[in-house]
Design a protein around this ligand. Structure first.
Ligand code: SF4
Length: 384
């Protein structure tokens, strides 16, 4: 089973490559392709002779899809089983059961997205936004804590839109507060990528007062120039991003930020790009996810005539990554001599509250949170 990603053309290319490799290595296997690329371009995969079945994102969560494919199933199955994802309004029960390492659990509380950023294919793979009710999330987290998990990460495609489809339209901050109140034994709660312009007052309150909410936020910023942000149909401006980082740091000085930034969006001039590059220091971002712009057929940005040439996109992405590397080095050096609480992911590696990796020469207990002094740095890690 190949679970594909559609976020960039490169991700789709790699999925196709992987399918061909699997077919060469296992000529007798049945190859089923699913995930967001299968959902957004089923014909691409159906046309591959290596592929037996293409399954959509909803169908892959339905048991009958798989029982119908079992060797003892009598009857016909279609090669392509991909329905209209936009008609899906329910979250599947599976959404809350994701696990990461043995020390950290991922709980998906939301799926899909109602926005239509002009570069983004994700809504066509995941459908519209839907949320898991707070009570269900709390019960799941209680169970995870009972099993011994010390950290839970809340995930979603557009996490800050959590609650908009639930009765009384609660906000993400309400969910965070509720989890921390009702699961007092949960030592660490993290939230994954958020849209800073949609952060509510309760989330800011939680950042200020709840030490169990980890001081690390990954922001979906995408660009640092107002004109490009408008062309991307983003809902914030550059100053909003800077103000959010300043406000969050005032409430929690140790806060670190990660961010998604796209290099080479169509029409991006040198001046536009400089504004993106400058955003790295203006927001004091640490962990950058740099995406060279990838044209996704079916999105409005793909139709903009002035696309930036590939070589320039790569150069700009490299400049952003270099700026990110400097920020990481600065962050790491600033930790030397400090004491951190580190959640051990394996006997020799754990992560600080700010999600920075720490290595230990002596083996430690996996899954445990320990207090240690940072001695130095090693590549992109700390040593303790
Ligand atoms: S908010 Fe995020 S997932 Fe939704 S369309 Fe924009 S970039 Fe894509």
């Amino acid at each position: 089973m190949v679970n594909t990603c559609a976020v960039t053309a490169e991700a789709v290319r790699k999925s196709r490559q992987q399918i061909r490799r699997l077919r060469r290595e296992t000529p007798e296997a049945r190859i089923v392709v699913t995930g967001c690329a299968a959902q957004t371009e089923p014909a691409t995969f159906a046309a591959m002779t290596e592929v037996d079945t293409v399954i959509g994102n909803t169908e892959k969560m339905q048991p009958e899809t798989w029982t119908n494919m079992a060797p003892n199933f009598i009857g016909e199955t279609e090669k392509v089983q991909v329905d209209d994802i936009m008609s899906v309004t329910e979250t599947a029960g599976h959404l809350i059961d994701g696990f990461g390492t043995r020390s950290r659990a991922y709980v998906q509380v939301q799926n899909g997205c109602d926005h239509r950023c002009t570069f983004c294919i994700i809504p066509y793979g995941r459908g519209n936004s839907r949320s898991v009710p707070a009570g269900v999330v709390v019960d799941q987290i209680k169970r995870l804590v009972d099993k011994g998990y010390n950290e839970v990460v809340l995930t979603g495609v557009d996490l800050t839109s959590w609650g908009a489809d639930l009765p009384a339209t609660p906000k993400l901050g309400d969910l965070v507060m509720r989890i921390l109140r009702l699961v007092p034994d949960l030592p660490r709660l993290r939230i994954s990528s958020i849209d800073s312009i949609e952060v509510d007052e309760n989330l800011m309150q939680a950042i200020a007062t709840e030490k169990r909410l980890m001081p690390h936020l990954h922001l979906s910023l995408q660009h640092g120039d107002d004109m490009i942000l408008k062309r991307m149909a983003r809902r914030h401006l550059r100053d909003d991003a800077i103000a959010f980082c300043e406000d969050a740091r005032k409430l929690r000085p140790e806060m670190t930020f990660g961010a998604d930034i796209i290099a080479g969006f169509p029409t991006e001039s040198d001046a536009h790009f400089e504004n993106s590059l400058k955003l790295v220091s203006d927001c004091d971002l640490t962990w950058l996810h740099v995406f060279p712009y990838s044209k996704r057929i079916g999105t409005p940005a793909a139709k903009i005539p002035s696309q930036v040439n590939g070589k320039l996109i790569k150069e700009r992405a490299a400049k952003l990554r270099a700026a990110g590397d400097k920020q990481v080095a600065r962050h790491l050096t600033a930790q030397i001599g400090k004491t951190h609480h580190i959640l051990m992911e394996n006997p020799h590696m754990g992560r600080t509250e700010q999600f920075t990796e720490v290595t230990f020469a002596e083996p430690q207990t996996e899954g445990e949170i320990l207090r240690a002094r940072i001695l130095g740095t090693q590549g992109t890690q700390l040593t303790a």
